[in-house]
Design a protein around this ligand. Sequence first.
Ligand code: FAD
Length: 404
Amino acid sequence: DDRIVVIGAGHAGGAVAGFLRQYGHQGPIALVGHEPLPPYQRPPLSKAWLKGEVEADDLLLKPLSWYAENHVDLMVDTGVTAIDRAARTVVTTDGQRLPYDRLILAMGARARSLAVPGASLPGVLSLRTAADAEALKQALIPGRRLVVVGGGYVGLEAAASARALGVDVVLIERETRLLARVASEPLSRFFHARHTAEGVEILTGVELAAVEGDGKVEAVLLSDGRRLACDAVLIGVGALPNDDLARACGMACADGVIVDSQARTDDPAVFAIGDVTRRPLPHHDLHARLESVPSALEQAKQAAAAILGRPAPSPETPWFWSDQYDLKLQIAGLPHGADRQVTRGDPSSGAFAIFHLKGDRILAVEAVNSPAAFMGARALIGAQAAVVAERLADPDHSMKAVAA
Ligand code: FAD
């Protein structure tokens, strides 16, 4: 049976090992990961785990015993340094050469850093790994002041968790609004208002110019000349794909490894899944990096099915979630190309949904504390069903009754 090597023991890598066994793969699987931990979930690192609501063990994707029981050779604390596609081997940091018949790239992404003076001072933190989260947790001391750089999901979730722990938070965002790349303007406004009400000081349209301190962080200097005293700085300015290995061996990459709708790369022996990929989007003539757990899981299924010659799973509507305070945000689809927005429910009530429509089709939904609107819209997006906008806007019509 084929020898399969998976590079990256994160969410996608752990999941694909599971699907390969579930779908009947009998041959050897090696799962090689840089981090010291078996595959774990990152979403709680900025949410429940940071607030101390769940334990580290709760983050594991599968219990450690699963790997031995399923004959998956889990190699933690081990990096892959090169891929030799001609010889079909990968080289590891401890000098091993692992042969493969099928290779799965699941190297994920890393936190973007900022090249400003003082960026390497102790107390300048990022949030991608469990080790990062541990360092951040140590810094979240009640009454201390955290500056969060970046108003994306990771920055906002960390800000909410820090407030819950009694930490003073100032959040700076270069754009004129929060979540500028990833959410609609009304949703940005809603989250801005809520964070402000929770005591987060939000400064938009301003950049981090420097971090200052003598041996540790003492202040940040902003692009408008303001100086803010603080005890720690969290840089949350997005992620970059770990596609260097793929680029170094000549695979097609463009800010991520390019894959098709079955996680195939331009090399028939190599698949790629998760945050490291630039993938096609169902119903859109677009490739994107989705950076979400549902996308990583979908691609893990695609790769396992393709390797085992099973029918391709049907395409899923992309979706994502974020938890901040008592708010559960759920997003499905992509709003690109929408020509109008319809809102269901009143944002001031804290429960509402914004639908993005093109003609009479829903392209995307952003739902806050409205799981029924989210689920209903996700199904309608997947079915590309026509809807009646007036019914969509009226919470008295159930989501089942909005189809035209
Ligand atoms: P990763 O989980 O990053 O795993 C990649 C692994 O590969 C890493 O362990 C890395 O060390 C390893 N690796 C890289 N290069 C090598 C190499 N050369 N050799 C060996 N190993 C290597 N998504 C959601 O859908 N909802 C959320 O609410 C959400 N919240 C998040 C909160 C935080 C704080 C973060 C950081 C992410 C969040 N995400 C969320 C995104 C989600 O965690 C990612 O989409 C998911 O982890 C992607 O899985 P992956 O396996 O592709 O990458």
